[in-house]
Design a protein around this ligand. Structure first.
Ligand code: MG
Length: 167
């Protein structure tokens, strides 16, 4: 991996942590998504998959874009009408779900299926982010979708590898 992209990956991991999500919280979701299908699954296998997802430029770009918008919304620095749409997590806004398609698409349609599932069930840290985002001065409009999409893509990567379709 080129140095610049490695640096970008570090920036993304630090950004996720600064917004309250360590990689092990994403690993928990990936593990739960795949344990039914992969009998010898380990946390390490899941962490490697999350790490592979974070190597991808389109994933890094989605992370820095989405989290920036959440942070600007918390500081009330967006212009109207975007400020209200993002800070209130308006269900008709929808750009948060669209942005993360660039993450779920990395591993094909199975990523989208996994994302639909985590978006509905909101397991672990995704549910916590969703609840926290409802507090005043907090905005997780993009964050919950980004975490769900990373977990979904990592689960898809594991599924592809399991059938010998290496990425
Ligand atoms: Mg959202």
């Amino acid at each position: 991996m080129v140095e610049k992209q490695k640096r970008m990956k570090e920036i993304c991991i630090n950004l996720l942590e600064s917004r309250g999500v360590t990689l092990d919280r994403i690993v928990e979701i990936v593990y739960d998504l795949q344990k039914k299908y992969i009998p010898n699954i380990t946390n390490e296998l899941c962490l490697n998959a999350v790490s592979r997802v974070l190597d991808k430029r389109e994933v890094q770009n989605a992370i820095v874009t989405g989290l920036e918008l959440d942070m600007l919304a918390e500081k009330k620095m967006l212009s109207e009408p975007l400020q209200t749409l993002v800070s209130e997590d308006n269900p008709l806004y929808g750009i948060d779900e669209i942005l993360v398609l660039s993450i779920t698409n990395v591993y094909g349609s199975i990523g989208l299926t996994n994302f639909g599932y985590v978006d509905k069930v909101k397991p672990g840290i995704i549910g916590e982010l969703d609840a926290l985002g409802k507090q005043p001065d907090k905005c997780h409009t993009f964050m919950d979708d980004i975490i769900g999409a990373i977990a979904a893509a990592a689960a898809s990567s594991i599924a592809h590898n399991a059938v010998g379709d290496k990425d």
